[in-house]
Design a protein around this ligand. Sequence first.
Ligand code: SF4
Length: 418
Amino acid sequence: MADKSPQTPRASASADACASAAPSASAPASAAPSASAPAGAAPRTSASAPRTPDFAAFRDPALARELIDAINRTVTSAGRPLNLMEVCGTHTMSIGRYGFRSVMPAGLTLLSGPGCPVCVTANEDIDRAIALARVPGVTVTTFGDMMRVPGSATTLAAEKAAGADVRMVYSPTDALDLAEREPARQVAFIAVGFETTAPAIAATVLEAEARSLANFTVFCAHKTTPPALRAIADDPETRIDGFILPGHVSTITGLAPYRFLVEEFGIPGVVTGFEPVDILASVELLCRMAARGEARIENAYQRGVAQNGNPVARALVDQVFEPCDAVWRGLGTLPASGLALREEFAGFDARRRFAAELDELTVPTREPAGCRCGDVLRGAIAPSGCPLFGRVCTPEHPVGPCMVSSEGSCAAYFRYRE
Ligand code: SF4
């Protein structure tokens, strides 16, 4: 009996069979990455099985093995080296955790790109966030990763140890509640992230307005992914044959913002999830497209990403934020790649409310000596190509942000000994 469960992942031992079963952008959102099952990759669920995602199947060793074999054949047939890049910190960690780089064929390189929001935050933004903690009466709130990221002279954690009021929170709402509890303090939330976290920040600003909180501000260093992809696709030093596109970000954006990769650069992209079979299926599909000279944007994460993303979340972001030029570590200033609070929310903008104090207290920016984070983030070198990697720079004593963040490439390479 033919399996009718759309959530069961299946691999194809045949590249052509896989081609005909390539994820379709028009397929149901719950569909699996590939839909052609060879005998050796029989469905692991029956038609009578509950229609809930079978996550164990996405970690099936037999399917993974078949996909690795298919990748080997495809790369061999390409007849040239292929470079793929993931642009999501969670993908970076998954690829490291499952040891995929060590099992890829010699002709295939998996590069890590600018997928870690803390890592791509420019030193000048980190310096200004640290300066904010020195403004009298200000309480700085932030997620854990930002506490240890080194700026030009110090860190938020060091400022806290020196007496500044810096507090770690688990959500922007925690910061909002703190502002309500402590009206005598100015509570500023350091907002760093991509499209995934921007809706929560936008909702928090609207909630602050609804609560009439005059002592809550956001220091926004948010960024959007497509301009960074464009910069990398346009970089003659980094020849990318395909992008493993971010699953989380795409839940918000959908697929449309990636079309330019195909139309302007002829580079394919595959939105994918985070399980082993997700990642291997996307690698196989990208290799197959690259080998054939094809370029499409495919959705291999249809159980999580709808074609049009989340329009409600995007509307929320558009209501509160507007695009602005932003400086990325390693990529420089990218037009319209950041998010700034709109004029009507200027009262919640820490950059504007404390502009004079920040100008006075921010130290001159300088990059960490010897750190190659910029080159790592644009895929010019692997973390192990940095002379400081694992010697001077470790997770216990990080020199650059890519070794601090749990999603940083250097931290992933160190942790999984890549
Ligand atoms: Fe920067 Fe450390 Fe990574 Fe080198 S190993 S690029 S110093 S974070």
